[in-house]
Design a protein around this ligand. Structure first.
Ligand SMILES: Cc1ncc(COP(=O)(O)O)c(C=O)c1O
Length: 432
């Protein structure tokens, strides 16, 4: 007889985990100060001193620049805006190709479309879930303009290899570091600062946040200037002495409000603590999940720093003899909150399957561009369909005792695999 909660036993975790809150007194004071000033945005969309935003925006960018050790930090109102601005800034043109991973938030892969470019999907590495450099190499064609790598779940992509490849082939490397604010590669360099432009998200779900918001960083003054122009109606502000200075300078309103920037300063001042707390939970959970056959806790490449926006475990259905769906149901019944599969490989979205992005005629897809079909990136498909189990350390405030309970829940379900196999068989027979 099994005491699994799924089969009528008592759950290991009885009280739901408390939500993670990163807002404190400093953030409250920062908001009050801006409210008292009455100046909720300092931007004007025309040339002049206010083209670059208000005092809080400038101070936030300066703090970010210093903390990340980068030459330029340009704030935006989301990472989505930042990615679009980054694609524009590097001069992407209609018909160009941008190599992207299929396992990421959709904003990564749609950013190239806004400039008429075609996302080309390369598969990810099965252990770290980030772009696999050989797959990227194979995806390069004469039309490739850039590689858009994602530091997924808080783990740095193989940035050195990718930047080397980009240099060899004359491409740009953009880093989507939305989920990795404080990660580092094997040389101790911050994720987001290795490529030509790095983009961070400050949305509500992240380690530190401003409700909505984002930051772009770059070492290149020209790219920084182009980011600022795209952020703020650049067509009004560009000098336009030559064609190149006008390319992709049709601007947007991607401006960060003063309130968000003020909160961002307070959040950035405590980024070490916020990130380290989430990392501690994840590292402890990995310890709890060690040596369970058929379950593989997240891998960290030697010398790298993983921020654990998500703690993603691989599940081996063949070895365990049950499906992930059954295992997940048992884990949920024990009170272990998690999701399965993350997102479906993005090339399977209707947008790509039907090759309809803007208008009715399929623009910007061309007859020669990639077909978006099942089977394109088998590693990602398997992770999505069968293997990935995702826990979000950023969603919860978790005590040491609660991490131990998560571990107990995981081990309990793993101990009762034979009961789960019987349950699965009986359920299948009932359905048949
Ligand atoms: C990998 C990745 N890229 C981009 C984004 C978009 O970020 P934002 O919500 O700030 O636009 C997200 C958001 O979760 C993300 O996870």
């Amino acid at each position: 007889m099994s005491d699994l909660a799924l089969l009528g036993g008592d759950p290991v975790i009885r009280a739901p985990l408390r939500p993670y809150r990163s807002m404190g007194e400093a953030e409250k004071q920062a908001v009050i100060e801006v409210m008292d000033s009455g100046k909720l945005s300092g931007f004007y969309g025309s040339p002049g001193p206010e083209f670059l935003g208000g005092p809080k925006v400038k101070a936030f960018e300066e703090l970010w620049r210093q903390r990340y050790g980068v030459a330029h930090a340009v704030s935006v109102n989301s990472a989505t805006s930042g990615l679009i601005a980054a694609i524009g800034a590097i001069g992407v043109s209609p018909g160009d190709e941008v190599i992207v991973p299929p396992w990421t938030m959709s904003a990564t892969v749609v950013a190239p479309l806004f400039y008429g470019a075609i996302p080309v999907f390369a598969d990810v590495d099965r252990r770290t879930f980030c772009l696999e450099p050989n797959a990227v190499r194979e995806a390069i064609t004469p039309r490739t303009r850039a590689i858009l790598a994602v530091n997924l779940f808080g783990h740095p992509a193989p940035l050195r290899e990718l930047v080397g490849l980009a240099r060899e082939k004359g491409l740009y490397l953009i880093e989507d570091s939305a989920q990795a604010p404080w990660a580092a590669d094997e040389h101790g360099q911050r994720a987001g600062t290795v490529g030509d432009i790095g983009v961070y998200s400050l949305n509500y779900h992240k380690h530190i946040h401003t409700g909505e918001g984002g930051m772009c960083v770059t070492a290149n003054a020209d790219l920084a200037q182009r980011l600022r122009l795209i952020r703020n109606h650049g067509e009004n502000a560009v000098a336009g002495e030559d064609v190149d200075s006008l390319v992709n300078i049709v601007g947007f309103n991607f401006r960060l409000p003063e309130l968000s920037a003020a909160i961002g300063i307070a959040q950035l001042n405590r980024v070490d603590d916020h990130v380290a707390a989430r990392e501690r939970v994840a590292v402890r959970l990995t310890e709890e999940a060690q040596n369970l056959e058929g379950l593989y806790p997240p891998v960290v490449r030697d010398g790298c720093r993983h921020n654990y926006y998500c703690w993603t475990m691989r599940f081996d259905p063949e070895r365990l003899g049950v499906t992930r769906a059954t295992f997940s149901a048992a884990l949920a019944a024990e009170g272990f909150p998690h999701a399965v599969g993350y997102v479906k490989p993005l090339y399977l979205l209707p947008l790509f399957r039907q090759r309809v992005a803007f208008g009715r005629n399929g623009w910007p897809f061309t007859p020669t561009s990639q077909r978006y079909e099942k089977g394109l990136c088998p590693v990602t498909e398997r992770l999505h369909e069968h293997e990935a189990i995702v826990f979000e350390p950023c969603a919860y405030e978790i005590s040491e005792g609660e991490v131990a309970q998560l571990g107990d829940a995981l081990r309990k379900v793993h101990r009762h695999l034979s009961a789960l196999r019987k349950y699965e068989k009986a359920s299948a027979e009932k359905r048949a």
